[in-house]
Design a protein around this ligand. Sequence first.
Ligand SMILES: Nc1ncnc2c1ncn2[C@@H]1O[C@H](COP(=O)(O)OP(=O)(O)OP(=O)(O)O)[C@@H](O)[C@H]1O
Ligand SMILES: [Mg+2]
Length: 321
Amino acid sequence: MSKRILVTGVGGAPGFDLARSLLRLGCKVLAADADPYAAGFLLPETTAHVLPPAMDPGYRASMLRLCANARPDAILSTVERELPRLIALRRPLADLGITTWLPERHAATACGDKARFAAVLTAHGVPTPRTVLPDQLDGAPHGLLVVKPRHGQGAKGVHVCRTREQARVLCELIPAPIVQEHITGREFTADCLIDRAGRASVILRYRLLVKGGLAVVSRTFNDPEVDECVRAALTATGVTGACCVQGFIRDDSPDRVLITEANARVGGGFPASVAAGADYIGQYLRGLFRQDVDHGQLTYKPDVTLTKYVETLTTSEGKTR
Ligand SMILES: Nc1ncnc2c1ncn2[C@@H]1O[C@H](COP(=O)(O)OP(=O)(O)OP(=O)(O)O)[C@@H](O)[C@H]1O
Ligand SMILES: [Mg+2]
């Protein structure tokens, strides 16, 4: 099927790799990003569309205008802050004949707001780092603390500090921050696909080397306890579609597995899961267009390692961009 898919966030690794995977599967890609220099605009055979940032008042009208003019068959977003905006656009997009696969609003909030995520997981008994808001700093855990924006993506504004006083200062600098217990252990990501009936496939990979929030070296693995915790986190949030869940494995602690995050989008390292045999994007497309997701195509081999590297994509002369 040669579908025309609008992919947003092509300047980041998730959007860039998603666009590239869709091209390889024979789709036509309309690439969107708020940054005119987004790397995904340089992918061959794509059209480039600059949109206002998700939080900009002009986002809604610009997105609708782009959709009305370009008429993609579907939209896949890799920008978490965009999800509430797209959820609000569900009806007008459907009226334009554009397919979306968006989580329910409560699930988008549970994933997109790290304070809410911690509360939801705790309420469902899923182990997650202890988390407080700035006005509860006196109750912050002892030891190293992480201060980060509750609506962050791409590890922007994530800081580690030693004392509550330092955390207090960081809270003044970071927009809408949370303060969290600092966790050490083996970091992992689960590339998940949850079909419309709620059945999930979970592909586990270690984040062996993380740079700028991106797992640049990933290795697939099997671990029934991690799998179970990830599934519990998916159930707690109620997310459907593609979702990447992150956490830590601590072999020296009673709570061996901790879940730190769920992002209601593909994860930046998902090509590791594809290399390990999972038809992750193929099945995502099937689910998007309301065909049955074949979970038998989402099995994978452990110990497949993927290394990403920042390289020169193109050079050009003149001021074409
Ligand atoms: N509580 C914590 N303890 C230890 N490290 C942490 C903690 N929270 C975040 N980190 C580190 O910071 C990285 C980014 O944090 P987090 O995933 O919460 O932010 P994000 O901006 O949503 O990033 P992403 O786009 O990768 O989802 C994590 O991959 C992890 O390496
Ligand atoms: Mg995140």
